[in-house]
Design a protein around this ligand. Structure first.
Ligand SMILES: C[S@@+](CC[C@H](N)C(=O)[O-])C[C@H]1O[C@@H](n2cnc3c(N)ncnc32)[C@H](O)[C@@H]1O
Length: 445
């Protein structure tokens, strides 16, 4: 890949888990009443379809300095019980609002570190929320290899969980020291074997390129070890460096972070090794074996993307419970308070903890669909002639052979798959209307 191309496109760019992206939500035009109205309407229109539920479990025992997620670091496990009770209360409030217990189609426990919580507390949470047969629900959880136990795997499996996602990031001891996150290949291999023999039918590994201290040799070794364990899916994320939001990332210096060509070489190496080992590249940052449901959904054009990342099925409604969780009902978004104290206080007062949100207008909906289609299908089609402003914005990307336009369709070219965020930006009307005055997003590559 030419250096000039990398330089040109390595600009700050959103990851597009929503459109409008969170910094562009019109919070001043939003209130809880609007969210409840939009959610109830959408729920009743899509009755019977089932909803996705995301539960955020923010606690971690130690800070992984690279981490960009909403976390609370503590070794005090007394926080578990009150937090579980708050989540159960929030779910009951949603059930009351909707007039019934929504049928669940998908349930994901994310973090933070869900396996910070004891198996008994997770069981209490799931049994309070899931009243139907969990066999019909796609249940998954994120686990830290350093504290996920056999008891976690067994308990959650009995409750209906068939998918587990393990955070690997990198096995190189030098990188692990810099990001303050430790797990050995042996721990991961043992957990993967245990999960498989219990009956889990999908194991995902999260890995990251562009981490501080990462080298070509170190990453090659990590990927070699990873593919030997044959996880069904591998997320291979581009490290997002956002120290203005995550001061933990100041524990190392910019000099430690591979950038530009160096970072892109890491991506290319990882991608080549994964493809050599039989993995298919799907969507942005994701690889899967051909037997995996996400790959199969991508082949059928059924892959979907929401705040939980890529999923193999679509639900109109996603409800997020817990600190900082985002909900999406198709026509509006809402986000909960970002601190444990703020969230817990609202639950103690029997009120929702929604702090901000956005009601989509017609243009947002159309743009959101184009961006979703590009992210999931590498193409998007217009029902009318492509607006000249989009053609103009895409012109340089067409010249660089990242995308092509044929008739009413915009499609991503093979090189363009590495620049999906840049391609989506051409459609991001709100970003073009108002360029950010301060740093909002990490760089695209
Ligand atoms: C909150 S983490 C949870 C992982 C799991 N609970 C654990 O501790 O192993 C979710 C995933 O987001 C990704 N992630 C976190 N911070 C990131 C960053 N700054 N850039 C890119 N990816 C990041 C990592 O791959 C991570 O596994």
């Amino acid at each position: 890949m030419e250096t000039a191309l990398l330089k040109k496109y390595n600009v700050a760019a959103p990851r597009y888990t929503s459109y409008p992206t969170v910094p562009y939500w019109e919070n001043d035009k939003f209130d809880q009443a609007k969210w409840f109205q939009a959610l109830s309407k959408s729920y009743h229109q899509n009755k019977g379809e089932g909803i996705s539920l995301y539960i955020h479990l923010p606690f971690c025992e130690s800070l992984c300095t690279y981490c960009g997620c909403n976390t609370r670091i503590t070794k005090n496990h007394a926080v578990e019980s009150p937090y579980i009770n708050a989540l159960i209360k929030e779910w009951e409030m949603y059930c009351q609002l909707l007039g019934e217990r929504p049928k669940l189609k998908e349930l994901h426990l994310g973090g933070g570190t869900p396996t910070f919580f004891s198996p008994a507390h997770l069981k209490q949470l799931i049994l309070s929320i899931v009243k139907e047969d969990a066999a019909d629900i796609e249940c998954s959880f994120e686990g830290h290899p350093d504290n996920t136990t056999l008891a976690h795997l067994q308990t959650l499996y009995q409750l209906g969980f068939k998918r587990v996602s393990l955070g690997i990031q990198d096995f190189d001891p030098k990188v692990q020291r810099l990001i303050n996150r430790f797990q050995t290949p042996m721990q991961v291999a043992t957990l993967t074997d245990q999960a498989r023999s219990i009956g889990y039918h999908s194991v995902n590994f999260d890995s990251t390129y562009g981490l501080p201290g990462q080298t070509i040799e170190g990453l090659a070794q990590t990927i070699t070890e990873v593919v030997q364990m044959l996880p069904d899916r591998i997320a291979f994320y581009s490290y997002a460096h956002v120290p203005w939001m995550k001061p933990g990332q100041r524990h190392y210096t910019e000099k430690d972070i591979p950038q530009g060509n160096e970072k892109f070489a890491l991506y290319q190496l990882g991608r080549a090794l994964l493809i050599d080992a039989g993995y298919e590249e799907i969507g942005m940052d994701h690889f899967a074996l051909k037997t995996d449901s996400l790959y199969q959904a991508s082949q059928k054009g059924q892959m979907h993307r929401n705040f939980m990342g890529y999923t193999h099925q679509h639900t109109q409604i996603l409800i997020g419970l817990g600190v900082s969780s985002i909900s999406d009902c198709g026509s509006a978004f809402a986000q909960n308070a970002k601190t444990v104290e703020g969230y817990s206080q609202q639950m103690a007062n029997h009120s929702f903890a929604i702090e901000k949100g956005h009601v989509l207008n017609e243009e947002d909906t159309v743009i959101g669909q184009h961006i979703l289609s590009l992210m999931c299908k590498n193409k998007t089609e217009f029902s009318h002639e492509i607006p000249s402003v989009i053609v103009e914005r895409l012109a340089p990307l067409i010249e660089d052979q990242l995308v092509k336009i044929v008739g009413k369709e915009v499609s991503v070219m093979p090189i363009g798959k590495s620049f999906l965020r840049n391609i989506c930006m051409a459609f991001d009307e709100r970003l073009w209307q108002k360029q950010p005055e301060t740093s909002l997003f990490s760089t695209a590559l």
